[in-house]
Structure formats: structure tokens, C-alpha cells
Design a protein around this ligand. Structure first.
Ligand SMILES: Cc1ncc(COP(=O)(O)O)c(C=O)c1O
Ligand SMILES: [Zn+2]
Length: 403
């Protein structure tokens, strides 16, 4: 037994993914879909792996929920060279007198579909191959949809994806190019989710278990191992544009996994960013701050119907994961930040000029968070920041052209 899935609510142990999928991804005791995957492997062997130069996150096979290496489906994802962006460091020093290190984890360099959804899609495709899954469905704002389309096609899995009406044209084309099935909902992401749930129920097709899906979380937690391998330590601050919250949930999981063996590995202060046109988590957080974090604060958040944003990837108006993400941010000493959508094009131009790279709008939201954090005094002298930028501009041609 390499791993098992332990219910976070009642402690019930599900032996493996074969059983977990057969249970429709729920605990048979209490019905919860929130589990932690636990491994028998010894974490003290991780530093040995840090000496290698991997081409994918599968370097960490011993700490991933797959039994046999021959089931791995990979396009070279999740072991991206972390870059240091000194133009941002200089800005912090010149304008605020703050010395900081700005490290950028550029997920646009992932080999699959150039987003940080590639690792999750690789994990899913591999698990499905190992367990004979032939059908899958999901609701997505675009990047999960694209990544899963490609990787599941490689695993021979028939895939139905439900996207909001604001989806980018380029995304639609790419999903079709992999021979998968796209359904454009006549409404927002929340509505696409309803359609996907109905498809799952009516056709008995497995569906992604959302942002706490152990498949996604286990893949993305390897970020923590990559930070340790490449930086030699955890960054002090972790910055990400947030929609559902899988990223911060996964960083927390990775740190929880290894901190008993490596107590120096601490959860970085999380600065999670949303654009002002779809910022329900920021609003929920501001309410909590105002009220002084009363008991149950995390259950109090607004829902934005049909958010009017051009950043379709970050159009989650109903932040159902706030009750899980907000306490992680709270325990990390971090905060949520609001940036202006109207400022994104100028910032993307600056990035293009300084680094000769065009990033997608969701990545620019993350970078905009850095400037906002400086303005709000959320970055301190001597800190190392990790900017987790999620996408390139390949499927955001309109945005790229506007630069
Ligand atoms: C590029 C990009 N940035 C940020 C996000 C938000 O990710 P999370 O699920 O961690 O909130 C996504 C996915 O929705 C994304 O594709
Ligand atoms: Zn349970």
C-alpha cells in the first residue's frame, strides 16, 4: 500500500483511488468529499531528489497517488525553472526602500497547455489510466478544461467540459482540437457548474471534485517540493491570483506533509489576489477583518452573479471554497488583495518590455498583486516572494493583441 485517502471529517480510510472513484469520490461513512492523501514513503528522502534536474513533477512519484510508473502520462510539466525578476525588486527598493527578492514560477512554461493546470491534468490522466476510467466531465473557466482535454485524450478518456459563456474563443478551439466535447453554458461559471453536475448525475460519469479534489491537490502540492529544490527554502510570501483556491490549498497540503520531518518548512504568508470586477473572496475577507474574525467568519462571503470581467479564467463569482481558503490565509498571516482590471494591460506591457514575455491576464492579476501589496505595506524588508503566475497568452489572443 503506497497511499490511502483519509476523510478529513471522520477519519475513515479509503484504500486507493480505485475505491475512491467507485464511491463516487465521497466518504462512505459521512458523505464528505474532503480527504487528505497520506503516503507510506519516508519524507526524509526528499532532499536526495532535490539534487536531480527533473523534466516533470513525476520526480516526486513516491509522494504521488499512482501505483505504477508505466501509467504516467506526462508532457513535461511542473518542474519549471524559477526566475528572478529584478525589475520588480528595483521598483520595491526605489519607491518603498524595501529590499526583496521576487521569484517567478512561470507556469506558462509547462509543456502540456502552458498553465498551472497541467500538473493536475497529468495526475488525473495517469490515475484514470491506472484505474480504467473511460469517461470524465468537469466545469471550468477554461484552463482546467484545456489541460484536461489534452491529457485525457492521451489517456483515451472521453471528456465533456462545461464552460461559462465568457470563455475565450481560443480555448474553445483548442478543446475541440483534442477531439473532446465542449458545452458552452448560457450563463456564468456557476451555471456551467450546475450543467456539469446534472450531466454527472444523469449519465453516471465521474466529475472533477472541485478545488479540494485530491487529484488536483496532490499534483499541485509538489510546488512545495519544487520551491525547496530550487530555492533551498520556502519563500516568505506566496502570491497567486485566486479563483477557486486549489493553489493555496495545495501549498498548505505540501507544507503539512513535510513539516513534521522538516520543521523549518513553514507555510508562506499568502497574498491572494482578485481583480475588482470579480472579487468575492476579497470582499469576504474585508468583512472578516472589519468584524475581527468572529467565529464562523469564513462562512460569510458574497456571491457575485454574472461577474462582468474580461479575465474569464478568474470569473468565479461564487467562491464556495472561501470557508477552506480563508482559514489557510489567516493562519499564514496573509491577506486578500484587490487589483484593478483596468490596470492589467499597462502592467502586461511593462512585463513584455522588461522580460520579453507576454503572459495571460490571470498571470498579470498575480503580478499586479505585488504592486498592490507594496502599496498596502504587505511586503517587508528582506523577504523572498514567490509569484505563482498561472498562464501564458496563447489562448488570450485578444488580450495579447491589446498590448
Ligand atoms: C492562470 C490561472 N491563475 C489562477 C487560477 C486560479 O486558481 P485557483 O484554483 O488556485 O484559485 C487559475 C485557475 O482557475 C488559472 O488558470
Ligand atoms: Zn468521512
Amino acid at each position: 500500500m503506497k497511499y490511502s485517502l483519509v476523510c478529513k471529517k471522520c477519519g475513515h480510510v479509503t484504500e486507493n483511488f480505485a475505491q475512491w472513484l467507485a464511491q463516487d469520490q465521497c466518504c462512505p461513512e459521512c458523505g464528505s468529499n474532503h480527504v487528505d492523501v497520506r503516503y507510506t514513503a519516508d519524507y526524509s528522502k526528499l532532499p536526495e531528489l532535490y539534487k536531480q534536474s527533473p523534466d516533470s513533477f513525476w520526480l516526486y512519484f513516491d509522494y504521488l497517488p499512482l501505483e505504477h510508473r508505466e501509467n504516467i502520462i506526462s508532457c513535461g510539466e511542473g518542474a519549471i525553472l524559477i526566475e528572478e525578476w529584478d525589475f520588480m525588486e528595483k521598483y520595491a527598493l526605489e519607491k518603498y526602500g524595501i529590499h526583496c527578492q521576487v521569484m517567478v514560477y512561470r507556469n506558462d512554461l509547462n509543456g502540456g497547455t502552458n498553465t498551472f493546470k497541467d500538473v493536475a491534468a497529468s495526475m488525473a490522466a495517469s490515475i484514470f489510466k491506472e484505474n480504467g476510467v473511460k469517461e470524465f466531465c468537469v466545469a471550468s473557466t477554461g484552463n482546467t478544461a484545456t489541460a484536461y482535454s489534452k491529457y485525457l485524450a492521451k489517456a483515451g478518456v472521453n471528456f465533456n467540459v462545461f464552460v461559462p459563456d465568457c470563455v475565450c474563443k481560443d480555448t474553445v478551439e483548442e478543446i475541440k482540437s483534442h477531439g473532446q466535447h465542449i458545452h458552452i453554458a448560457d450563463g456564468d461559471y456557476a451555471y456551467a457548474k450546475k450543467l456539469a453536475a446534472a450531466y454527472h448525475k444523469d449519465n453516471h460519469v465521474l466529475i472533477s471534485a472541485g478545488n479540494i479534489d485530491p487529484i488536483r491537490v496532490e499534483a499541485k502540492k509538489t510546488m512545495v517540493f519544487e520551491f525547496m529544490r530550487q530555492l533551498g527554502r520556502m519563500p516568505d510570501v506566496y502570491v497567486q491570483a485566486v479563483a477557486g483556491g486549489t493553489g493555496p490549498i495545495a501549498v498548505d497540503k505540501g507544507v503539512r506533509d513535510i513539516s513534521p520531518v522538516f520543521p523549518e518548512v513553514k507555510l508562506p504568508r499568502m497574498l491572494l489576489v482578485q481583480q475588482d470586477t470579480c472579487d468575492p473572496m476579497v470582499q469576504g475577507w474585508e468583512n472578516a477583518v472589519k468584524a475581527g474574525f468572529p467565529e464562523g467568519y469564513e462562512k460569510n462571503y458574497p456571491v457575485i452573479d454574472n461577474p462582468q470581467t474580461k479575465v474569464s479564467i478568474l470569473s468565479t463569482g461564487n467562491p464556495g471554497m472561501f470557508p477552506i481558503v480563508a482559514p489557510i490565509v489567516h493562519k499564514s498571516g496573509g491577506t486578500f488583495l484587490r487589483v484593478k482590471e483596468a490596470d492589467l494591460v499597462d502592467l502586461a506591457r511593462l512585463v513584455k518590455k522588461e522580460r520579453n514575455v507576454v503572459l495571460g491576464p490571470a498571470s498579470i492579476v498575480c503580478l499586479a498583486g505585488f504592486y498592490q501589496a507594496l502599496e498596502q505595506g504587505e511586503i517587508h524588508d528582506g523577504e523572498m516572494l514567490l509569484m505563482n503566475t498561472g498562464e501564458g497568452a496563447a489562448r488570450a489572443k485578444e488580450f495579447a493583441n491589446s498590448l
